[in-house]
Design a protein around this ligand. Structure first.
Ligand SMILES: [Mg+2]
Length: 141
């Protein structure tokens, strides 16, 4: 059973300005999937399965959708998103305000010091709980 549906933005959230995978993206998404969450990618630029494949994330991803850039809630159905996200992760504050979630600033140099995505695990644990036995939070924070 899915604990909650977690939607990640792609550009400036999971990917850097030059299309590198942001630090901790793979471990955070893998931890969420292993913890029973359904993880989705969505993007204002369209359905981005190629990002999931290129960065070895696809086995953890339940689906990809196009993301509404305005009137977020009203436009979900029109974009073929069949449910409301439970938690969004995005560099855009507006969409986080609408659905609830974790706002992360766009990545900056020095990239290897970027730890913003780790906050997603703490926020998701606080909102929905994480399985206690797997020690995800202890491994990554
Ligand atoms: Mg973005």
């Amino acid at each position: 059973m899915t604990r909650a549906r977690i939607f990640f933005d792609v550009d400036d959230t999971l990917l850097t300005w030059d299309h590198r995978l942001r630090p901790h993206a793979r471990e955070v998404i893998g931890a969420l999937a292993a913890g029973g969450f359904a993880v989705y990618l969505w993007s204002g630029a369209g359905v981005r399965w190629e990002v999931a494949w290129a960065h070895d994330l696809a086995r953890h991803i339940t689906g990809c959708f196009e993301k509404p850039l305005s009137r977020h809630r009203e436009r979900l159905a029109g974009l073929g998103v069949p449910f409301v996200p439970d938690h969004v992760v995005d560099d855009d504050e507006d969409i986080v305000r609408v659905f609830g979630g974790t706002h992360v600033p766009a990545p900056l140099e020095p990239l290897h010091e970027d730890r913003h995505l780790l906050r997603v695990l703490a926020d998701v644990a606080a909102r929905f709980g994480l399985p206690a036995h797997d020690g995800i939070l202890h491994e990554t924070t």
